[in-house]
Design a protein around this ligand. Sequence first.
Ligand SMILES: [Zn+2]
Length: 494
Amino acid sequence: MKIKKTAKKNLGAMVMAGAIMFSATVAGAGTPKYVFFFLGDGMSNSQIQATEAYMTQANGGSAHEAADLLRPENRLNMSKMPVIGMQTTYDVHSLMPDSASSATAFACGLKTQSGTVGMDDSKTVSYKSIAQLAHEAGKKVGVISSVSLDHATPAAYYASVPSRGNYGDIDTQLVGSGYEFFGGGGLKVMDPDELDDYGYELLNDRESIMGLKDAPRDKVVCINPWLQNSQAMPYAIDRPETNVSLAEMTEVAIANLKGDQGFFIMVEGGKIDWACHANDAGATIGDMQAFDNAVGVALDFYKQHPFNTLIVVTGDHETGGMSIGHATTAYSAHYERLLGQTSSFTYFDANQWAEHKAAYAATTDCSTPDTLAGNADMLGLMESVFDLNWTDLNEYQKEKLEDAYDKSLCGNNDNSNAENGLLYGNYNPITVTITHILNEQASIGWTSYSHTGVPVPVFAQGVYKRLFAGFYDNTDIAKKMARAMSLGTVPAMK
Ligand SMILES: [Zn+2]
């Protein structure tokens, strides 16, 4: 009897404690005041692991040694977050989605077709994004992207258009959104000087953008001083000191939006995707680190506001079919091979290669193939920009580079169209061949110049983080975020 009584008493105490814990959890886990959504465009597990292997090697360890790979300083902020989920990325008609349909999925909770932003598959019905819903609920909203602010991913948070290419309509909806902060790249159609007409202040130099941390403004558009290509910020590997990093842009946004009602901030690392399309691992890893540094800014903010903050990090799809391991290197990895690359493929094409071609195209005898081996200037460029030493290459690699050089300099190589398509995609043959060989040496392979259909991880920290555990569809991300923020049911028609 006595034992039974004690057990009963203990059970009662446990129920009581449970009830107190439950109510404490509910009270502590109210709707998060501060919400971050980080989107690495083109980022999946390979991009994450390649970056951590690179960091391990860059920090003096070995990408072969678990003890080194596991060191905290060799891990990305995102992969240290406590909750992980996995999302499928296909859209309504394609296993390999584009950024428009996937952004519509996690912004609006809606499956649509590739190319469409914020509208359904019929391209006739427009839907609200969780950013719009959060704004209507009183939160301030910030949209940050390293590519143009009207590119498909950021656009899904404020615009509904049948085609992602309708930049004029997207720009009009951007200025009509009333969102308090835009930061990153430029605009495709609208002259930024016109922003003033719509009540937005334009800042486009480092000093005035960073100055916002101490002097917030009501409605502001911050455009990085240098737009490298297609109105995008430069690749991190090419970024001059006078520019603003994605992490700094995130700090500025937080300082500007932190008010009584809280904020929703979307941050896109948009050029991870572009580097993967071009099969350039060095540029990919640089932008992965820049993106993850921005995640680190949010995690620091979370530490100051642990009961009011939710952070979600994911990708929209994998790009490039990047692999960890390659047929030519089997079980060995040599990430040290990537440490010497100093420019992205884009910078190289626009600068060193453009100058080289201008100097040699007219004087090279293009009727004679295999001119690369005898061109000391080009071999020097390969070594200084990509750390690729001609004498270390095997005959097959030399042959591939000779073919590509002929094609890039003279446009006269013998490859079939199908072979050229496989070897170079739409990229400059010599540059993509250089990055292919360099990446293979490191043990990174590429299977595509497009997006692939592998699922993508989701990382979460903060209030309601557990909602993001499990294996689910990309549209569920918007539904989970709407639930966390008490924004009602999505998809929600406009
Ligand atoms: Zn892409």
